[in-house]
Design a binder for this molecule. Structure first.
Ligand code: AMP
Ligand code: MG
Length: 343
């Protein structure tokens, strides 16, 4: 199959509708990352999503709908605060987990009694979803475990030959996946952090909890969070902000051995490092927006990506660090004895 990257217009929308209605897949832009979309009511289509990505079958998918879609066809709204959240953040990078009515494929929900719903804030995506007027299951449009795509070309690099069409909506502005919020309880619970932060939710609802899905709990509330994620194809290492001299030493010694190391850091520390750098920016939002783009640039040019933890003081740092610490291996001296020597 020859994968085509198409601008969003009448022709590509018509073609994409045909593809979706034939239970095939279309990659679509959103404001967070690109999604790999298939008809949420079709077992056949949803199975193809898992297969194309190599995604573990116990990791449920988010269903995307346009802003005028009546999603009470799919889920129960258990608490009034949910309407306040919808007014405040939808369309936007917030996914709501609600009890479902059994209207979508069981493969979407992995047999859970809840379904995750999102209304993307991206003009082209809204146009596509409106044109279809159907619920679209869509995980990020990358091969499982790899860094999520934020351009149509990134999708092509991972899924060329596996899908017919990538709708090109430019570079995603948000840059990290949506906040996933369980709203089945009296108090909403963040299952995955993102650009809609706990403080923003508290300001609307009054309270908000956060589940650390990386803890070795028996029941993982957001199944996706237990998996390795976001990893670029080169070697990676993540340093604390107070370890810059050590990061520099590693860089210099790798270079001396003929390797290609590249730093990845925010603009506040970049002037303290000497060498090739991928700079992420200054504010939490800017860094989120650049994170995957720079990770994917890094894997193309570097043997070793030497990343420095982020701390801008912004609440968005939680979401950024959640991704960065899964994308990059924490620095351990024993991994680099041959390069750095014993202490
Ligand atoms: P991705 O599709 O890779 O952006 O990941 C979707 C995220 O939403 C994963 O972390 C899933 O575990 C989570 N998710 C999807 N559906 C549910 C659900 N019904 N309950 C809890 N978490 C969910
Ligand atoms: Mg993903």
């Amino acid at each position: 199959m020859n994968t085509k990257i198409l601008k969003i217009n009448d022709n590509s929308l018509k073609l994409s509708k045909n593809i979706i209605e034939s239970n095939e897949l279309v990659a679509m832009p959103t404001e967070t990352v690109y999604g790999l979309g298939g008809l949420a009511t079709s077992d056949v289509a949803v199975e193809k999503i898992f297969k194309a990505k190599g995604r573990p079958s116990d990791n449920p998918l988010i269903v995307h709908v346009h802003k005028d879609y009546d999603f009470t066809k799919l889920v129960y709204v258990d608490h009034d605060y949910v309407y306040d959240l919808i007014n405040a953040f939808m369309p936007g990078p917030l996914t709501l987990v609600m009890r479902h009515k059994g209207a979508v494929s069981k493969l979407v929900t992995c047999n859970l009694d809840t379904l995750a719903i999102r209304v993307p804030d991206h003009e082209g995506c809204q146009e596509f979803l409106k044109y279809l007027d159907l619920p679209i299951a869509a995980p990020s449009a990358n091969v499982s475990k790899h860094t999520s795509p934020v351009t149509a070309e990134h999708v092509y690099d991972d899924l060329n030959g596996k899908i017919e069409v990538i709708l090109d909506g430019g570079k995603c502005k948000g840059g990290i996946e949506s906040t996933v919020l369980d709203v089945t309880k009296q108090v909403p619970v963040i299952l995955r952090s993102g650009l809609v932060t706990a403080e923003m939710i508290k300001r609307v609802v009054g309270a908000c909890e956060y589940v650390d899905n990386m803890a070795d709990s028996e029941v993982v509330r957001s199944p996706g969070m237990k998996y390795v994620h976001y990893t670029p194809k080169c070697n990676t290492v993540l340093f604390e902000r107070n370890e810059l001299p050590l990061a520099q030493e590693l860089y210099d010694k790798l270079l001396a051995k003929g390797k290609v190391p590249v730093f990845m850091c925010d603009d506040k520390v970049s002037h303290k490092l000497c060498g090739e750098k991928l700079q992420l920016g200054v504010s939490g939002e800017e860094i989120a927006s650049n994170l995957y783009y720079k990770l994917l640039e890094g894997e193309k040019i570097a043997d070793y990506l030497i990343a420095i933890k982020i701390n801008t003081g912004s609440e968005v740092d939680v979401g950024v660090m959640n991704r960065l610490s899964k994308a990059c291996k924490p620095f351990k001296r024993e991994d680099y004895i041959d390069i750095l020597g014993e202490l």
